[in-house]
Design a protein around this ligand. Structure first.
Ligand code: CP
Length: 301
């Protein structure tokens, strides 16, 4: 049985099934008629991912085990591994984990007997964010194949860029990257274009925040918007149907002009809303794969 760790492990068929399932969950209220506990184990800060998992779990009728690393026994030296084993022992049925290390799951994957969902691993992957981004594109265009997506910003330090590049290519999208010098990533083999080229050709402009927390030296952002970001002038060059995505948090006035965040073509808050239903679909998917639930106990309210 698989943990939900990387977009590399999902087939295009499974991804499309999950997108359809999330849309279905958006249209009808489903709940699980069995007591289940979800452990939200966030060792890095989060607003959207943690809270949308909480809403998703509650909508499905699950009990939410909240956790605050700073107030936990990790302060007494307990490891990540023993913390997750503890939640398994006390009855968690699924663990949702975010951690600053790229490979935090290596030790856990073969030794934890409940499904683990990756809610962000260092600068490596953020598969549930990727899934909600795909859902937003899919709902907009009715397909992913052939859509031109430009991922723009601090590609090197972004787990969202990595997950999306993998999944978008798998689904037949045409992927381009755009980054300021030093923010390119040599592991991703896609053409780099300038921001002025990006706005003209894209169907989807996927903007990224500068990931200051993963930099060794502090980078000055003065002049970044004008040189590399989405200004009002550049936004005017976008095709009528083109949309703007951003995983958020947004640094208004740095990677994007502060007003554009709420322009008609921005789907940034739609992404957040989609996150709830996408995470419901992912929870149902892993709980079903692990034999913890089946169709008979998912009922419409
Ligand atoms: N997009 C995202 O992961 O946001 P949070 O860090 O607030 O969870």
């Amino acid at each position: 049985m698989n943990h939900f760790i990387s977009m590399k492990q999902l087939s295009s068929e499974t991804i499309i099934q999950l997108l359809d399932s999330a849309t279905n969950l958006q249209e009808s209220n489903f709940t699980i008629s069995k007591q289940l506990f979800a452990a939200n184990l966030f060792f890095e800060t989060s607003t959207r991912t943690k809270m949308s998992f909480t809403v998703a779990e509650k909508k499905l009728g699950m009990e939410v085990l909240d956790f605050h690393a700073e107030a936990s026994s990790m302060n007494k030296g307990e490891s990540l591994y023993d913390t997750v084993k503890t939640f398994e022992a006390i009855g968690a049925n699924v663990a949702i984990i975010r951690h600053e290390a790229d490979n935090w799951m290596t030790e856990l994957a073969s030794n934890i007997a409940v499904p683990i969902i990756n809610a962000g691993s260092g600068q490596a992957e953020h598969p549930t964010q990727c899934m909600l981004d795909l859902l937003t594109i899919y709902q907009e265009f009715g397909c992913i194949k052939g859509i031109k997506v430009v991922i723009v910003g601090d590609i090197k330090h972004s787990r969202v860029a990595k997950s999306n590049a993998i999944a978008l290519e798998k689904l037949g999208a045409i992927v381009y990257l755009c980054a300021a010098p030093g923010y390119e990533d040599e592991t991703l083999q896609y053409p780099y274009i300038t921001i002025d080229e990006a706005v003209e050709i894209c169907d989807v402009l996927m903007l990224l925040r500068i990931q200051h927390e993963r930099h060794t030296n502090k980078h000055d952002t003065a002049g970044y918007l004008e040189a590399f970001g989405l200004t009002k002038q550049r936004e005017k060059q976008m095709k009528d149907h083109a949309i703007i995505l951003h995983p958020a948090p947004v640094n208004r006035g740095v990677e994007i002009d502060k007003d554009i965040v709420e322009y008609d073509r921005s789907r940034i808050f739609k992404q957040m809303a989609n996150g709830v239903y996408m995470r419901m679909a992912i929870l149902i998917h892993v709980l079903t794969e692990w034999g913890i639930i089946d169709d008979t106990i998912i009922t419409e309210r």
